[in-house]
Design a protein around this ligand. Structure first.
Ligand code: 4NP
Length: 166
């Protein structure tokens, strides 16, 4: 049996943006009929929230849209995550720079993608704005962007994971 394809979504705290992407991706993958198994994780480049559930505003928006946020516990992204994942999706340019800095090799660097580079509606700014500082409506906007971007990633997954080695 082949190993599952492994994806990770990475933001700063792993309590707002990447947990939303994680939960939506697991939901879409379960419905996708992809001919291989996919394992999804998420993490933060910072470790302040390790072990905590996601931000209640993120959990609320997910619940309102029919997702289950309850299983999430924040994790910290470290260098060894490269060995455990085929593809890593970063939520903004700062997260991207921090993750790339940890890449053991150039080939590992190439497996790190800006999440919104798959957003069909993205314009020149590929950052997923951090809703942490604002009100609940920011979390609705985050979910809208995440849903369409995750759908595009799942559609492209067979091509992205051709010849995966993990
Ligand atoms: P996230 O949002 O990176 O989308 O999880 C943040 C959550 C917490 C903090 C910053 C961003 N913080 O500074 O604690």
């Amino acid at each position: 049996m082949t190993e599952p394809v492994t994806l990770s979504f990475v933001c700063l705290g792993n309590i707002c943006r990447s947990p939303i992407a994680h939960v939506v991706a697991e939901d879409r993958i379960a419905d996708s009929g992809l001919p291989f198994d996919v394992r999804v994780t998420s993490a933060g480049t910072g470790n302040w929230h390790t072990g905590e559930p996601m931000d209640p505003r993120a959990a609320d928006v997910l619940r309102r849209h029919g997702y289950d946020p309850s299983r999430h516990r924040a994790r910290h992204f470290t260098r060894d995550w490269f060995a455990e994942h085929d593809l890593i999706f970063t939520m903004d340019a700062s997260n991207h720079a921090d993750v790339v800095d940890l890449a053991p090799t150039v080939a590992d660097h190439a497996r790190v993608h800006m999440f919104r580079s798959f957003d069909p509606d993205a314009e020149s700014d590929l950052d997923l704005p951090d809703p942490w500082f604002g009100g609940p409506e920011g979390f609705e906007d985050t979910l809208t962007i995440v849903e369409r971007t995750v759908e595009a990633i799942v559609d492209r997954l067979p091509g992205l994971t051709d010849g995966h080695t993990v």
